[in-house]
Write a protein that binds this ligand. Structure first.
Ligand code: CDP
Length: 223
């Protein structure tokens, strides 16, 4: 039987604009939005709070099935054990450690299971690194959103400034390069475009231009 729900998977490297675009699309289409990166960030925050070492897989694995990660679907904020940690997960300490946590297979399996449960029986927009290749392999629409490194670092620098997070452009660039490297070289579910994804380069496009393009793609596919 054909799946009556529509899934839109938006993958790509750090700060390529996935979350911004996915959020707008979900709102305009009245779909549920899931920021899978926020879940890896929340797990990382929990590891740091428990004084465990994020560079140690065995230690980090200890929180599997012990913490509750969910979303408030009205605000799109992430909740850790019921507490809104949306701004806490955006800080430098989490950003500097999240890609280690995301490279551990058992933690990924724990979070992927949650992601699939949230998506079940809903029209969904989910963004991340492995949504089109693994989490929602059957998604009808798969976008791989890229932009050059300098533009991505510039966007993250401005975003951090607006949120009151202190970073320099150089720090943002370095963090993006480091995370992209770890994300695309891990053995389990690395960052890579799904064979049936559509590549979109947002370097020279505005947010509206990117969302309009994705809406066109959705129409062209007959949804
Ligand atoms: O917002 P930004 O693009 O910087 O990153 P994010 O989407 O919040 O994801 C943070 C980190 O979580 C990434 O650098 C990956 O290491 C990891 N991640 C992942 O491995 N798989 C996903 N589906 C989503 C995020």
């Amino acid at each position: 039987m054909e799946n009556k729900y529509i899934s839109i998977a938006i993958d790509g490297p750090s700060a390529s604009g996935k979350s911004t675009v996915a959020k707008i699309l979900a709102k305009d289409l009245n779909f549920v939005y899931v920021d899978s990166g926020a879940m890896y960030r929340a797990y990382t925050l929990a590891v740091l709070k428990a004084s465990l070492d994020p560079k140690n897989e065995e230690e980090s694995d200890r929180l599997i099935n012990k913490i509750d990660i969910s979303f408030d679907h009205i605000t799109n904020h992430i909740l850790l054990d019921g507490k809104d940690v949306e701004s806490e997960i955006r800080g430098n300490e989490v950003a500097n450690n999240v890609s280690y946590i995301a490279s551990y297979k058992n933690i990924r399996l724990f979070l992927v299971d949650l992601q699939r449960k949230i998506a079940k029986g809903k029209n969904i927009v989910m963004d991340g690194r492995d949504i089109g290749t693994y989490v929602l392999e059957d998604a009808q629409i798969k976008i791989f959103l890229v932009a050059n490194e300098e533009e991505r670092a510039r966007r993250r620098f401005i975003e951090n400034k607006e949120k009151g997070i202190e970073t320099s452009f150089e720090d943002c660039l370095e963090n993006i390069k480091k995370r992209d490297y770890i994300d695309s070289h891990r053995s389990f579910c690395p960052l890579k475009p799904a064979a049936d994804s559509i590549l979109l380069d947002s370097t020279k496009l505005s947010i509206k231009e990117v969302t309009d393009k994705i809406k066109e793609i959705i129409k062209e596919k007959g949804f």
